[in-house]
Design a binder for this molecule. Structure first.
Ligand SMILES: [Zn+2]
Length: 298
């Protein structure tokens, strides 16, 4: 079984950082051959061929902010923050997010990055230091406070989240939240807190959610998850004591699953079905990647 790639990583666009801070170079790229990513709200517009749809900058709302996504060869690729989105709160996850998985690897990653960036601009109209309006800078990779005595610089945020497969004698610990579809179990996960390493976050979350102590935390893989701006950091750890105490404010259930259970669920998930003992998360989720990685490893 191949672990495959993680979704939302692998964009073919050149981020061209040197262009962002060069207003003349940026202006030159905003020409007739430049491409504007078509979005409906924050959802992608997907062609019949299953690719992202792009238009020209002439389609942009004159009152919108234009974000530089990167270069496709010599062409500049952009997205817009239209006035209708400014100051609005995005839904935590688009209703049509599963349609996005029709996109190829690069398109899905390009869309995910654009979605996070557009959403950040929509929700960061004012300075967190002084409350003055902020204005777009560096092609959209910064906002700068317009307040006279402030000029604070604000950068698009990325929120680190640990997600971990904890192993005990060939079984792995998976849990389900009340909002999950029936039979669905996934790896435990939680945000990293200030003053905490990745390893400490893995240990704390596993103890909090399932009452299980872990050791030997190791990093496996990461995934940008643009709902709205998480960076999932996939880890593996071992437990010595399998006794589980579920924190019912976070989880409905947590239990150990055997290698056969996981292998069966992963094979079934490729057909969009539930396995005998549980339903694995979809392939787009890094938890699915972690399970494949673990099956290959053990
Ligand atoms: Zn300010």
């Amino acid at each position: 079984m191949n672990a495959g790639t993680v979704a939302f990583a692998g964009s073919a666009l050149d981020r061209a950082d040197h262009v962002r801070s060069d207003p003349d170079a940026l202006a030159q790229l905003m020409n007739g051959s430049a491409r504007l990513l078509r979005l409906q709200g924050l959802d992608p517009v997907i062609s019949d061929e299953g690719t992202l749809e792009w238009g020209s900058l002439a389609e942009a709302d004159p009152a919108s902010e234009i974000l530089f996504l990167g270069l496709d060869g010599k062409r500049g690729c952009f997205a817009q923050v239209p006035p209708s989105l400014m100051g609005s709160m995005a839904p935590p996850r688009s209703r049509s997010w599963q349609a996005m998985t029709m996109l190829g690897v690069s398109d899905l990653a390009t869309y995910g990055g654009a979605r996070s960036l557009v959403d950040w601009h929509a929700r960061h109209r004012f300075c967190a230091v002084c409350g003055s309006p902020t204005k777009i800078a560096k092609g959209g990779w910064q906002r700068t406070c317009a307040g006279d005595d402030c000029s604070a610089e604000h950068f698009p945020r990325v929120d680190p989240v640990t997600i971990m497969l904890v192993e005990h004698e060939g079984n792995v610990l998976l849990g389900r939240q009340p909002r999950f579809p029936p039979k669905n179990y996934s790896a435990l996960a939680g945000f990293v807190e200030p003053g905490e390493s990745i390893e400490e976050a893995v240990a704390r979350e596993t103890l909090e959610e399932a009452g299980v102590r872990v050791r030997d935390v190791s990093y496996v893989v990461s995934q940008p998850w643009p709902f709205p701006s998480s960076l999932m950091m996939g880890c593996h750890a071992y437990a010595d004591d399998p006794a589980i105490t579920v924190d019912e404010t976070e989880l409905e259930d947590a239990r150990w699953f055997s290698r056969d259970d996981v292998a069966d669920a992963i094979v079934a998930s490729d057909k969009g079905e539930a396995g005998r003992s549980f339903q694995a998360p979809p392939r787009v989720a890094v938890a699915n990647f972690l399970m494949r990685w673990w099956l290959n490893r053990s």
